[in-house]
Write a protein that binds this ligand. Sequence first.
Ligand code: 7TS
Length: 426
Amino acid sequence: MSVQAISSRLPGRNAPQAIASRFDIEKLRADFPILHEVVNGRPLVYLDNAATSQKPESVIQAMVHYYRHDNANIHRGVHLLSQRATEEYEAGRGKVQAFLGAREAREIIFVRGATEAINMVAQTYGREHIGAGDEVLITTVEHHSNIVPWQILCQEKGATLCVAPINDRGELEIEEFERLLGPRTKMVSIAHVSNALGTINPVKWIVRLAHAMKVPVLVDGAQAVPHQPVDVRDLDCDFYVFSGHKLYGPTGIGALYGKAALLEEMPPYQGGGDMISSVTFEKTIYNKVPHKFEAGTPHIAGVIGLCAAIEYVSGVGIGAIGAHEHELLEYATEKVGELEGVRLVGTAREKAAVLSFVMDGIHPHDIGTILDQAGIAVRTGHHCAQPVMDRFGIPATVRASFGLYNTREEIDALVAGIQKVWEILG
Ligand code: 7TS
C-alpha cells in the first residue's frame, strides 16, 4: 500500500475554515507573557517551537502557586502539605492518562522528558528482551534520542540497529520498512512526527505491521502531542513518550506511557527512594507500577505545570491548534518555497508545523543570525537529527516551527527576513 493510501486513512483534521472563527489568536497570544518581549529592538517572532514552546501565564502561575502554597515532598508525609502535593502529583497522572487515552493511570510514568523515557525503555524492556543477533528497527528521521539509546543497547548486547529509509520528500518508505521487519526484529521505535522535517509517520499502520510479527512498538511523540490528538489505545502502541516543554509546559518533565502488562514485567530503571516497598541489605522488594519506575523525589512542580499546560491546550482544543498550524504551514510553504535561492527540505504529504529549508551558497547559521537581528527566532543546525541531514546531503537547515500563537503576519516577517538575507549574502 502506498504512503498516500495510508495517509488517507490517518485521522482527519478539522476543516481549517471551521476552526478559524473559534480561534481568537490575539486573545491566545495575550496568554503568553514572553510574546511581548522585544528582541534586538523588534517584536519577538518566535518560530522555534519544535525546540521548546513558550508557556502561558496559567502554567507559570500553577507552578508559582505550588511553590508558594503547597510545596512538600510526596508519598511520605502525613502532614497536610505533603498530602496536598501528593494529591496534585497523582491527579496529574490521571490528567496525562486522559490526555493520551491510556486505559489506566498507572500506565503513565513521569520522566524528565522524551529522552529519558526512551532510555528507560531501552534499558529496562530492551535489556530484558533484546539479545545477540536481535534487531531494533528505527527510521532515518529519528531524533538522536531515538537512535543513541538503541545504539548503546545494541552494542551492549551484540544486536543490530536497522534503519528504514525515507524518500526524497522525507516520507518513510513503507515497503522497505516492511522488508526490514523480520523474525530477528525485537523492537520498533519510531517518531510520530519528525522534528527536522515535520513528516507525520503512519504510526497506526506501523504498529499493526509490527504486531503482526509480535514486535512491540515505541512511538516518540515529542513532536506530535503539541499538534494533534493522540490516543494510545487507538494507536495500540506499546510505549508512547513525550516532553512537557514542547507542549507549553515546563522543562524537566515528560511522560512515558507503557501498556500495564509490559510495565509490570519490566525491571526498574533506577534504584532509590519511592521505587521500593521494602529494603534490606539482602533483598529489595520493588514498589508497584508506576512507582517502581519513579526513583527519588520527582519534579512535582513540573507535573503541576504539565497539567496546567494540558488543561490549557485542551481548553483551546488540540484539533483547533493543529488546524491553525496547518494553515500556517501551508501559507509558509507557499510563501517561503517561492523565494529566490530557497530550497525546502522535507515536503511530505502529511506534515506538521515544521518548515525546514536551505539557501543556495548561504550557511544556515548566517541566515539564523540575520533573522535574529530582525527579532525572528528560528533554529539552525542539524536539529539533533544528523542522519536526516546526511540523507539530504546537507550539513544543516534553517527550521521555522509553529505553535498555536503564531500568525500569518509572523510568516510575512519571516519571508521579509529571508529576502533580506538574499539581498545581503545571495
Ligand atoms: N524526539 C523528538 C522527535 C524530538 O524532537 C526531541 C527534541 C526529542 C525526542 C527529545 O526531547 P527532550 O525533551 O527529551 O530533549 N527535539 C528538539 C528539537 O527539535 N530541537 O531541540 C530539541
